[in-house]
Design a protein around this ligand. Sequence first.
Ligand SMILES: Nc1ncnc2c1ncn2[C@@H]1O[C@H](COP(=O)(O)OP(=O)(O)OP(=O)(O)O)[C@@H](O)[C@H]1O
Ligand SMILES: [Mg+2]
Length: 243
Amino acid sequence: MKKPILELKGITKEYGAGKSTFKALDGISLIINEGEFVSITGPSGSGKSTLLHFLGFLDKPTSGEAYIDGVAMSEMNEDRLAEARNEKIGFVFQAFNLAPTLTVGRNVELPLTIRGMGRKERKKKAEDLLAAVGMLEKKDSMPAQLSGGEKQRAAIARALANEPRIILADEPTGNLDSKSGKEVLDILHGLWEKGGKTIVIITHEPVVAAYAERTIRIRDGKIEGDVRQKPRKAEEHEIKVKR
Ligand SMILES: Nc1ncnc2c1ncn2[C@@H]1O[C@H](COP(=O)(O)OP(=O)(O)OP(=O)(O)O)[C@@H](O)[C@H]1O
Ligand SMILES: [Mg+2]
């Protein structure tokens, strides 16, 4: 039996106040088990990114509760929340979020620096991670000198630095051409299949969603569908360039 790693119970998120209140999420309950590869799809504005924020403990809901490894978010203080995020979750965003003034190598080292790892050890670790995503030769480059696909691979290396069990990715291929998109997806797929990671990926593209073994569809802040499927890796040409 697989065990729940992330759980949301009746999560509601409202923006604004009074009459102009807007419900971005409306009573979302779901369980993600350890080792699952889940995709989240739905129209623009349906609440996907908001949902991922709660799965990543990045935001407090208006009502409802989020759990990681069975521990409720409301029972953790800010320090413990930050620690849980840093240790258990690796984030990959569409806009990469690399620090522009640090080299690629230093960017990957960043989570390890925060954890207090010594310079030599974290440098070695960053190099191993960059090698794993085919980016070792770019370790001394600045983020601005990289292509979109290279930035995304560097962001994945950084997300893996603390060896998190969970990877949360918001449209990780959204800004990429089809070749880079496939490379990034293949890396994520390998982390799931061989590395046993739990992966949650938001995407607009059915071909990308097909990589997962489960697809959750969101509409108007509610879960509209939650289906299991046989994961299917795409051919390069199938991943379309998104504008
Ligand atoms: N800080 C905010 N203040 C007010 N409304 C917000 C805020 N953040 C998000 N929203 C609204 O909540 C809804 C859900 O936003 P969310 O970013 O989760 O959508 P999404 O499904 O990720 O869309 P997309 O596919 O375009 O990224 C949207 O209607 C958005 O306008
Ligand atoms: Mg979004």
